[in-house]
Write a protein that binds this ligand. Sequence first.
Ligand code: NAP
Length: 296
Amino acid sequence: MNMNVLVIGSTGLLGQALICEIEKRGMEAIGIARSGADFSCDIADDQALKKIILSTAPQVIINCAAIVSLTECEVNPGYAYLVNARPASVISEIAAKNEIYFVQISTDHFYTDDYNSKHREEDPIRLLNEYARTKYAAEKFALTCPNSLVVRTNIVGFRNKAEKPTFVEWAIQNIENGSHMTLFEDYFTSSICVTQFSSALFDIIEKKHTGILNLASSEVTSKKTFILTLAKRMGYELTNVNVGSILNACGNVVRAESNGLDVEVAEGILGYKLPAFDDVITRILEEYEGGVKTEV
Ligand SMILES: NC(=O)c1ccc[n+]([C@@H]2O[C@H](COP(=O)([O-])OP(=O)(O)OC[C@H]3O[C@@H](n4cnc5c(N)ncnc54)[C@H](OP(=O)(O)O)[C@@H]3O)[C@@H](O)[C@H]2O)c1
């Protein structure tokens, strides 16, 4: 398919994987971030953002830029709104006028109190912190555009930025060094590897699906199971760990902890199964051993 795709937040964990997937499919990728991308722009500046979109005339826009630190969002909710939420409204307006297909990357950070349940797209959500509030506002803004897709997910993988390790980079480093870790047994996600996510997302984009869609692993696991399984598959028996509760570990930020996603609708659209937990671990290890990561 001959398309040019604008990725907003192209230098992050997901953005890097999306750029690779776009290039793999023979499409043209254009990236935006505050630094290190084709276009440098703070997306809180709506005039600058508009100018780039209009000058690059993309067929598809994927917005995966966000402040993902819960603490940062809590400390500065005004700026979190300007980065996480408001740009979705600016993009929606331009996308609707110019018939651009708009993909807003959302979150799974909307569910609490029901352990490892899988949540469907229409299930009630709870907004427990500023990150969740800004991401939910972005969903609503994005949905004002008739050609928009809002994707809820939980992603894992390699960001390759030593100063900002991902959960997987942090876990692998601690596993290899034998450093102490607290394993949360009450924090559940349907984490999918970013490269698996990116491939499935482009299969969905080709079908031009609109509305809200969960795109994640088909299985829900706790962070404890995730780390223990990862360590075991790497050949390590973890001894320097304790089992704990996420509820005691978040400082002043209230965290959603039951974030499992039901991916039945996405699997129906795709016509294939999304990766199970073991497939996600396998992909992470392939990428790690393949040297995709750099030093953490
Ligand atoms: N990581 C997760 O566990 C997770 C889980 C569920 C959903 N999500 C969602 O997935 C998306 C991608 O997350 P990620 O983990 O890939 O994030 P990330 O690694 O922190 O990347 C964020 C990207 O956005 C850019 N960015 C941040 N603030 C910006 C600003 N003011 N103006 C322009 N660009 C800005 C960053 O580049 P600069 O800093 O150079 O500007 C970077 O390219 C987000 O929407 C997030 O909410 C993430």
